[in-house]
Design a protein around this ligand. Structure first.
Ligand code: SF4
Length: 395
């Protein structure tokens, strides 16, 4: 490991430690939103998505990039030759507050590499957050990353100060983790850590819940394996979100020659994840291809509908809320409005349906209105109606 050769000033540290922190995702895949562009100048300002699609600017940084771990894909791995840097807790707390008080950021996302030991790294991160909350009276948003192997007492203390806790599982199971990381123990360090966080969150729910992140496309895992895990995490641990991070090869790592994961794969995973969390789908219902992955050509809700022709066209005046949710072009809000509107009047025309917010060019292919079908025989023209879901989601 290469340690700091010369003393860096605080802003140079921020530039470096903010840049590597961006590999930890916490929002909608930026490649599809374009929201990242105006922040590209500041690698440490991360545009997450807030309530109703608003943009929340997170000050996203590592306390340290000096790591004892040697994960095959990671920019901070021990055997990689680059400059190692640490923030002192007070230095980082004050730096964050400078940006916050100028209105340049809305919250903090704090993570760290494993610098010498998990305990020491956690101690430093905890001290940073504690200084912010107690000495400096900061009341805003804090996302605190728990490192694998952290003691439950530290997690418990961090949960009292943070709005959100997360721990990265990285892979859907131990077999795939072995292709990414030589030293992490999937059952005890990762799943065990998430279990501890979930326990604490059950006793006293965190304001912004608990989350995890998976690396996609570096360990030959399938979308089915990933989404089966996500389904279990939502059910058993009440996770707020699972984030999917498309693998990008990093120079001077063992995986530097592996091709990057397509952003579209990441996007389809988010769409399918949305079906699990908000549309009542189970992982078993998701429409995987024979190879265990989702179709890249078409969004998963549409693929599901096309594979269940026996359920369509559906009569909009009779279908219940959950049935309506399965119709491409109808989201949760429009399904609710349809059910409400129906109490007053029957749907007989597409313009009535349009007023609920439904995308009638899509939904019309899967519905009848008082027995009349308005579809133009385009149900299979997937290219024209291939983007079903709008993924704005609160932090
Ligand atoms: S422990 Fe974390 S920071 Fe260290 S090499 Fe592994 S993924 Fe990177």
């Amino acid at each position: 490991m290469t340690y700091v050769a010369r003393k860096l000033d605080t802003y140079s540290k921020l530039k470096k430690l903010g840049e590597v922190a961006r590999f930890d995702v916490c929002g909608f895949p930026s490649v599809f939103t374009g929201k990242n562009r105006k922040f590209q100048r500041f690698k440490f300002i991360y545009p997450a998505v807030g309530k109703r699609g608003s943009c929340v600017r997170l000050f996203k940084v590592l306390q340290s990039n000096a790591c004892e771990g040697n994960c095959f894909y990671c920019a901070n791995r021990k055997d990689r030759n680059f400059q190692r840097i640490n923030f002192r807790p007070d230095e980082l707390a004050k730096l964050f507050l400078q940006y916050y008080s100028k209105g340049l950021v809305d919250g903090l996302f704090l993570s760290s590499a494993i610098n010498r030991s998990v305990d020491l790294s956690e101690e430093r991160m905890f001290e940073t957050v504690q200084l912010l909350r107690t000495r400096y009276g900061y009341r805003g948003y804090i996302h605190y990353k728990v490192l694998p192997g952290t003691d439950e007492s530290i997690i418990d203390a961090a949960a009292r100060l943070a709005d959100r806790l997360s721990l990265n599982l990285e892979a859907p199971d131990a077999k795939h983790l072995a292709e990414l990381s030589p030293s992490k123990n999937y059952a005890s360090d990762l799943v065990g850590g998430l279990e501890k966080i979930a326990r604490i969150n059950r006793q006293k729910p965190l304001k912004a819940g608990i989350t995890t992140q998976l690396v996609v496309g570096a360990a030959r895992e399938t979308d089915r394996e990933i989404l089966n895990l996500s389904g279990r995490l939502y059910q058993d641990y009440k996770l707020w979100r699972v984030y999917y991070s498309a693998f990008m090869p990093i120079l001077d790592t063992p995986l530097e020659e592996l091709p990057p994961c397509s952003p579209l794969r990441e996007y389809r995973l988010y769409q399918a994840d949305f079906l699990l969390r908000r549309y009542g789908f189970t992982p078993q219902e998701l429409p995987f291809e024979k190879n265990g992955n989702l179709s890249q050509d078409c969004d998963p809700k549409l693929v599901w509908a096309l594979r269940h022709e026996d359920k369509f066209p559906m009569e909009v005046n009779k279908a219940d809320f959950h049935e309506l949710l399965r119709v491409p072009g109808i989201g949760r809000i429009s399904a609710r409005r349809i059910v409400e509107t129906r109490k007053q009047e029957k749907f007989t025309r597409l313009d009535q349906l349009r007023k609920t917010g439904a995308l009638t060019t899509r939904a019309g292919n899967f519905l009848t209105l008082q027995g009349r079908f308005y579809g133009g025989g385009e149900r299979k023209a997937t290219g024209q109606i291939n983007e079903q879901l709008f993924l704005w989601e609160e932090l």
